[in-house]
Design a protein around this ligand. Structure first.
Ligand code: ADP
Ligand code: MG
Length: 440
């Protein structure tokens, strides 16, 4: 075991030596190297672009340095990280039972590296308050928002902050890992150990709890963990892609438990925040980026922060290739290669299916006549998407919905348009839906 860790640690050091600090930071700083049981080495990275880039540019370098260290040929695989990472500095659990915690916290997801804007100010402030005095304020804290808006960053920032120095038993994990761990204890007949382990925790951080939708047994076990920790005032922080009340098939008891502390949302960032984030990341990854360029790119990317990051990496890659200065003319000429890829437009069916799934409605309900508020809302959202994403005409949309008059469609589209800037729930719903149909 020790030897394998050595190989990976020395491998990373050697790569750093060969690439130089700036290049290394850009492509490998958040990578993790692991030796698997069958002997092959996996380099886990955090986004698809980074994986592709390393594969096509650095794979032989990685193989060569490992070969030098191990004196034999190594099989190397570049793959995407499946779980968030725990800080090297975070206290390791020494709990005797069950498998060891393998979730890791990303080291550079810190409060310092988080750009605050009006879209995330509240979530950021509450996360900081919790990190400063765990268990005292806002317990539990639940942060929700769409994909790529910084939820994992914030929950890891809490972990990084608390991992530094404070003598607390902290567990940070994804909801899926909690579930897997519970199931393996259930199978092994060792649930007692599982429960005891969580009873001992000082701070519990669980990312993406919306995945527990419909997972009754997991919800049930978690309910006990929650109650124990809550009663003894241990801090809990959760993230979710939507408010608990909107997670389908989530136990009412959990919905109410999640709401006992504070629920904070993160909205998509405005242009100023996007610019500031780009600049922060550019600094972190040593990519030279002028203000003019940052504004240009932020204006072109309507979607999430993760895409902004991908864009920055592609930019860096282009620069490394072409050795041209990153002038605005250059960017404009290469914009297609730099912006995140957008797939073909979704089909009408795909849009309706996605909306029906979001609201747990049948497509026939969406197309039908019933005027119950929840159905009508889903119907109006569908019409709005068909109009804005597929640019269908009002009469076309009307006939798709059982021959409705075009004025009804106009009314629906206007209403959702208005709500998309005034109503937080609608903003989130639209963001999520556009994301699922590949249009955000
Ligand atoms: P989520 O968990 O909400 O899907 P992440 O926390 O994984 O999103 O964020 C996606 C990427 O965007 C991460 O690399 C994160 O560091 C970055 N990011 C998101 N919001 C911010 C912000 N306000 N400041 C700096 N980086 C951010
Ligand atoms: Mg996340």
């Amino acid at each position: 075991m020790k030897q394998e860790q050595d190989l990976c640690a020395r491998g990373m050091e050697a790569i750093k030596g060969k690439l130089g600090r700036a290049q290394f930071n850009m492509w490998f700083a958040n990578a993790r190297m692991d030796r698997k049981d069958d002997g092959h080495v996996v380099v886990e990275v955090q986004n698809g672009f980074q994986a592709d880039w390393i594969r096509s540019n650095y794979l032989s370098l990685v193989k060569n340095v490992l070969k030098e260290i191990a004196s034999s040929e190594m099989e190397v695989e570049i793959s995407l990280t499946k779980s968030p990472r725990k800080a090297e500095s975070a206290p390791d659990t020494t709990f005797p039972a069950g498998k060891k915690f393998d979730d890791r916290v990303t080291w550079n997801y810190t409060f310092d590296n988080f750009v605050v804007g009006s879209s995330n100010q509240f979530a950021h402030a509450t996360a900081q308050a919790v990190a400063a005095e765990p268990g005292r304020k806002y317990n539990p804290l639940l942060i929700y928002g769409g994909v790529g808006l910084g939820k994992t960053h914030l929950i890891h920032a809490i972990a990084n902050h608390l991992g530094n120095g404070k003598n607390l038993l902290l567990h940070s994990m994804t909801s899926q890992n909690f579930e897997h761990e519970m199931i393996s204890h259930l199978r092994a007949g060792s649930l007692d150990q599982f429960r005891a382990k969580y009873r001992a925790v000082d701070v519990l951080l669980i990312d993406d709890v919306h995945f527990w939708s419909g997972k009754e047994r997991t919800q049930q076990e978690f309910y006990f963990v929650f109650n124990t920790l809550f009663e003894s005032r241990r801090q809990m922080v959760f993230t979710s892609d939507r408010p608990p009340s909107e997670i389908p098939d989530l136990d009412e008891r959990l919905i109410s438990r999640f709401g006992m502390g504070l629920i904070a949302d993160i909205q998509p960032p405005d242009i100023e925040t996007k610019v500031a984030i780009l600049q922060k990341k550019a600094e972190l990854f040593h990519v030279p980026l002028t203000d003019e360029l940052a504004f240009y790119l932020a204006g072109r990317i309507t979607s999430n922060v993760r895409d902004l990051e991908g864009c920055l990496m592609r930019l860096a890659a282009h620069k490394a290739f072409s050795h041209e200065d990153m002038s605005i003319e250059y960017i404009k000429a290469n914009i297609e290669a730099i912006l995140p890829g957008r797939k073909e437009k979704p089909s009408v069916d795909e849009i309706l299916r996605t909306v029906s799934h979001e609201f747990s409605l049948k497509i026939s309900d969406l197309k039908g006549e019933r005027r119950i508020k929840s159905i009508a809302y889903g119907r109006q959202i569908s019409m709005f998407l068909l109009r804005t994403v597929l640019e269908m005409s009002f009469p076309e949309i009307g006939s798709l919905f059982g021959g409705k008059d075009h004025s009804t469609v106009i009314h629906a589209c206007r209403k959702i348009e208005r709500m998309s800037s005034t109503d937080d729930r609608t903003k989130q719903v639209l963001y999520r839906l556009k994301k699922s149909i590949g249009y955000a």
